[in-house]
Design a protein around this ligand. Structure first.
Ligand SMILES: [Cu+2]
Length: 68
């Protein structure tokens, strides 16, 4: 399992967090998503078939691009 933490500047409230959690949760292989509204950081735990590329793409698609 891989764990990655992303800084997502567009996070402003719990609604943002829920959108991100719901979207990333749809990706097969994503096992856990923790987000912090204060720091605007999202930690994603995933394994195959999920890829970092798919996660970053999904975040960008819902207007929460990660700053890489
Ligand atoms: Cu929000």
């Amino acid at each position: 399992m891989t764990s990655k933490t992303y800084f997502i500047p567009n996070i402003h409230c719990m609604h943002c967090v829920m959108r991100i959690k719901n979207r990333l949760g749809e990706i097969e292989g994503v096992e856990n998503v923790e987000a912090n509204v204060q720091t605007r950081e999202v930690e994603v735990e995933f394994s195959a078939p999920a890829t970092e590329e798919a996660i970053l793409k999904a975040l960008a698609e819902i207007d929460y691009p990660a700053e890489v």
